[in-house]
Design a protein around this ligand. Structure first.
Ligand SMILES: O=C(O)Cc1cc(O)ccc1O
Ligand SMILES: [Fe+2]
Length: 442
């Protein structure tokens, strides 16, 4: 497949025409009486009309047929996708760790993107438009004559294994591990497996959906590194039926139409899907002493209505230099007023060299004490503090949320990946207390 082209910038006013139809974008107005090439004009808004201008998000799509032409939606099987946060009793032992989630073999079961979504934890409510859902996604096949949209929130997709070709109404995105992509609320997406890194047709990812707020880029993620697709259309009748699956108020619904919805010939606007390569993040770190809190690693944030408090921050722990003097350099022990869901794309996480594995995850719920494991503490309390590379070959990430999240039955039981021995990584922490301690002489 030819290299895909992208437009670069974050939240820019973009415009794009499929080169097969030059002049398909109306000039000087959005709603001509008759659009070029006989297209329909359709607006997709990401902010209320009344929002102040800098917060306004909307795009205009010029398409062969409008989205409204479809059969009614009917309930569809939700599998392990849920917004029921009371499936299991609350449990304050919410320092949890999961071994790498299993990817079904295609010889056993065919699983596409939608069928492969499993909700692991979350909180809040799509109806009041304030909430978060964290899903683990494993699949072994492409979506065929089928696409998906999430009416409940923006989808942030973090591939861990295998490349994805995501067709959207704005065009195509190729997303590989160490890249992320954002498919906003209401955008249609067809997720295909493009190429796999380990064995045939196996994909594993984490998805975050944040309800009620648009994801914004943080200052250290340069706007020009965000890539958005260019217009691409297909004029394809599907007499057997094209299925649109809609996640709406926490449940899945499906409808049929007799044409491909990827029929947008031209578009313009500032509300588009995008991808971002995590290697482009301009990492900063402490250059004097002490461990800086991980807000310095925030790539994207979905703001809540409370100033400075996020529904969810997307944070990464990329390779960097550690140079802090007279400092315990790894993460400190802490009790956080935010929930921390972490995943490992590749490598080893500095606070837990073992146990936390690529393709696995951890959850440290609100105020649950956690920090470096015993080995990490002992080693780094006496380490020679030369400048050194930290997290070489590693990419860990965190969804940090102000919500106190519930774990689902799938996360607790069905997935069978919960590491029940996780608490033991702190069990051997011993007291170093010495009441006769004297400050060292210099
Ligand atoms: O718990 C963790 O491993 C994540 C984390 C990392 C860090 O550097 C500081 C605080 C924090 O919660
Ligand atoms: Fe933490």
């Amino acid at each position: 497949m030819a290299e895909l082209k992208y437009l670069c910038g974050f939240g820019n006013e973009f415009s794009s025409e499929d080169p097969r139809c030059p002049g398909s974008l109306p000039e000087g107005q959005n709603n001509p009486q008759a659009c070029p090439y006989g297209l329909y004009a359709e607006q997709l808004s990401g902010s209320a009309f009344t929002c102040p201008r800098p917060a306004n998000k909307r795009s205009w799509l010029y398409r062969i047929l409008p989205s409204v032409k479809h059969q009614p939606f009917i309930p569809a099987a939700c599998g392990d996708l849920t917004e029921k946060w009371d499936q299991v009793e609350p449990d304050p032992n919410h320092n949890m760790r999961w071994r790498p989630f299993a990817i079904p073999q295609s010889t056993e079961k065919i699983v596409d993107f939608v069928a492969g979504l499993h909700t692991i934890c979350g909180a809040g409510d799509a109806k009041s438009r304030s909430g978060i859902g964290i899903h683990v996604y494993t699949c072994n096949t492409s979506m065929m004559n089928k696409c998906f949209n999430n009416s409940d929130g923006d989808f942030l997709i973090v591939p861990q294994q295998g490349e994805l070709l995501i067709t959207t109404e704005f065009g195509k995105l190729m997303v590989e591990p160490n890249e992320i992509c954002v498919i906003q609320v209401h955008f249609l997406a067809c997720v295909c497996i493009a190429r796999t890194l380990f064995g045939p047709n196996l994909e594993r990812l984490n998805c975050l959906h944040a309800t009620g707020s648009t994801l914004r880029a943080n200052g250290l993620a340069n706007p020009r590194d965000f890539l958005c697709p260019v217009a691409w259309y297909e004029n394809r009748e599907v007499s057997a039926g094209y299925t649109v699956i809609n996640k709406y108020q926490g449940k899945l619904f499906a409808c049929q139409q007799d044409f491909s919805p990827f029929n947008v010939v031209a578009w313009h606007g500032n509300y588009t899907p995008y991808k971002y390569n995590l290697n482009n993040f301009m990492v900063i770190n402490c250059v004097a002493f002490d461990h800086a809190d991980p807000s310095i690693f925030t790539v994207l944030t979905a703001k809540s209505t409370r100033p400075g408090v996020a529904i969810a921050d997307f944070v990464i722990f990329p390779p960097r230099w550690g140079v802090a003097d007279h400092t315990f350099r790894p993460p400190y022990y802490h009790r956080n007023c935010m929930s921390e869901f972490m995943g490992l794309i590749k490598g080893h996480y500095e606070a837990k060299e073992e146990g936390f594995q690529p393709g696995g995850a951890s959850l440290h719920s609100i105020m649950t004490p956690h920090g470096p494991d015993t080995e990490c503490f002992e080693k780094n309390s006496v380490a020679d503090l030369k400048p050194e590379r930290v997290a070489e070959g590693t990419m860990a990430f965190m969804f940090e949320s102000s919500f106190s999240m519930a774990v689902t039955k799938w996360g607790l039981e069905t997935c069978q990946k919960l590491d029940k021995s996780y608490y033991q990584c702190w069990e051997h922490l011993r007291s170093h207390f010495n009441p006769n301690w004297k400050p060292p002489k210099h």
